[in-house]
Design a protein around this ligand. Sequence first.
Ligand code: 3PG
Length: 219
Amino acid sequence: MTIAAHQQRAESLLHAAGILPVVTVHTLEQARAVSAALLEGGLPAIELTLRTPVAMEALAMLKRELPDVVVGAGTVLTVEQMQQAIDAGADFLVTPGTPAHMADALAAAPLPVVPGAASPTELLALYARGFRVCKLFPASAVGGLAMIKGLAGPIPDLKLCPTGGITETTAAEYLEQKNVVCIGGSWMVPNNWIESGDWEKVKTSAAAAAQIVSRVRTR
Ligand code: 3PG
């Protein structure tokens, strides 16, 4: 499959998700329970960060035990991690930023990828390589809505998944932007809820997030 086909799949997958919870877990049990709560709340796709020692094993476990959860590997920083995440069964990959050697590897990867970038120059470098769906990170810190609106003029066919600093309150306005395909965030999976096993709170907050997607899309 070509990069264009993989990018189309990435766009469909992110559009179907609408909101992508950024999940960090320290145990397999946390991974299982938080993913199940998000799924029950109406958010079936997650970005599981590779920031903890258990992350890769959690990714493989989720693909085995919760087949209805769409699992993206996030915080993919190296080509080695990229390959491990693919081997573990990741449905897609996300990077927080994309140096040239990672862009090369991601362009050749056999699955949908969402490379991260923080500026027009970085986004245009990815665009030139054939990427059409990118993560804008850290979105609120690099200009937020004003930046996203500014990018729609010169590169209207580049779709963004802004992530970083988005809250339940600001989510709808981000999602309404014509060049935004999906938004990412951790507000529905804060660390303290995961540590204390507050799965009902995760489920309620995921349901509220899913409602935001429905409201914005039916306007
Ligand atoms: C992250 O990398 O932690 C994500 O971008 C989540 O950002 P947020 O916690 O600001 O939503």
